[in-house]
Design a protein. Structure first.
Length: 90
């Protein structure tokens, strides 16, 4: 009735992939210049943790499909960035 689902649009997928790629590159740059980028890295850790807990975990628990690529990248970031940021700011 309303046409294809918005999530199925290739342009939207490219936009989201571009946004996540820019955020990932910004976070890597933040590890090089931690004092300047610490707030950005902290926001990334927080929002990625929320996404994993509120979106991915319930789907995984139910045995439903979830976006595995972004989920695994986010898990690595959430588990490693706090330690890397702490070490870089010392």
């Amino acid at each position: 009735m309303f046409g294809p689902s918005v999530s199925e649009e290739p342009g939207l997928r490219l936009l989201v992939a571009s946004l996540w790629s820019a955020i990932l590159l910004s976070s890597v740059a933040g590890l090089v210049w931690p004092s300047f980028s610490a707030p950005l890295l902290i926001v990334q850790i927080i929002y990625k943790t929320i996404w994993l807990v509120m979106f991915v975990y319930p789907l995984w628990r139910a045995g439903a499909a979830y976006p595995t690529g972004p989920a695994w990248v986010f898990i690595v970031i959430v588990l490693t960035y706090p330690a890397l940021l702490f070490a870089a700011l010392r």
